[in-house]
Design a protein around this ligand. Structure first.
Ligand code: CP
Ligand code: NVA
Length: 304
């Protein structure tokens, strides 16, 4: 694997396979009460400029269960908030810690840290991408569907950071992906071009949610206004009419369709309460899998 994990385009198909296999194995060992102190003596720094429940706690508990230590740093509590350059902070932190996970608005900031840091840098979500999320989501697909080959995945909602990472995963792994976004909220053309996605083959874009879910094995949605876009919510509620993942929309999908959401969810907006509370809901498996996938990522990047 590359030194850093900033974007799923950094990974080769074999890297995905290694991470899925390792995360599933670590999860199985965890269920048996076996903990491997593989990262004893190692420290993970977390610099978060946006809120987080799952990603932060999954990284912190992953590190602790592997025998290492996490240190959480809000940007407000560091000299970053007083404009110490990314290049200097990255070089200094490289002398103290063994890996850095970052959640920022601007993706370029994570890139700048990675360039100057001698330690691995992990993207824990930026405005552009959420790579670790999609790794644990595909792990969830593997658990529920037995694999991801011949699995039709429909994205219904905003063309946001999570959607961008799905397109990247689909481009590298050849996933069957259809992305439905309302006009003016599509994935940016430069994102699609950068991914190398074959839009004539396995990755299709539409503005029709019904077309997207037709025959889908997996339907995925996310909030209509991401962190930093809260002021746009009113306009977005109108723009996204018809894009709610609810029982009516899901009638077009396969009967055993798996509904996924990275969470946090807004009930009654992008997803209906009844879908979120369905008995066989996989959202909680998705959240659980983040910890095991984060363990696999940390092990790969820190130990190589
Ligand atoms: N899915 C996810 O990244 O959740 P958090 O924002 O709570 O970390
Ligand atoms: N698209 C959402 C994902 C949160 C996990 C956001 O960026 O806020």
């Amino acid at each position: 694997m590359n030194k850093d994990l900033l974007c799923l385009l950094d990974l080769e198909p074999q890297d995905f396979t290694t991470l899925f296999e390792r995360a599933l194995s670590l999860k199985a060992r965890h269920k048996k009460g076996i903990f491997d102190a593989l990262l004893a003596g190692k420290t993970l720094g977390l610099i978060f400029d946006k809120k987080s429940t799952r990603t932060r706690i999954a990284f912190e508990t992953a590190m602790i269960q592997l025998g290492g230590h996490p240190i959480y740093m809000s940007t407000q509590d560091t000299q970053i908030s007083r404009n110490e350059p990314a290049e200097d902070t990255a070089r200094v932190l490289s002398r103290y810690i063994d890996c850095l996970a970052m959640r920022t608005f601007d993706h370029d900031l994570v890139e700048a840290f990675a360039q100057s840091a001698t330690i691995p840098v992990i993207n824990a979500l930026t405005d552009a991408f959420h790579p670790c999320q999609i790794l644990s989501d595909i792990m969830t697909v593997i658990e529920h569907k037995g694999g991801y080959e011949n699995v039709r995945i429909a994205w219904v909602g905003d063309g946001n950071n999570v959607a961008n990472s799905w397109v990247n995963a689909a481009a590298v792994l050849g996933l069957d992906l259809i992305v439905a976004c309302p006009d003016n909220h599509h994935i940016k053309p430069d994102m699609i071009a950068a991914s190398g996605a074959d839009t004539k083959k396995n990755i299709v874009f539409t503005n029709d949610p019904k077309e997207a879910v037709k025959g889908a094995d997996v339907v995925y949605t996310d909030v209509w206004a991401s962190m930093g876009e809260e002021d746009e919510l009113e306009g977005r509620l109108k723009a996204f009419e018809g894009f709610q993942v609810n029982e009516e929309l899901l009638k077009g999908a396969k009967n055993d369709c798996l509904v996924l959401h990275c969470l946090p969810a807004h009930r009654g907006e992008e997803i209906a309460e009844s879908v979120l509370e369905a008995q066989n809901a996989a959202f909680w498996d998705q959240a659980e899998n983040k910890r095991h996938m984060h363990k696999a990522i940390l092990e790969q990047l820190i130990l190589g």
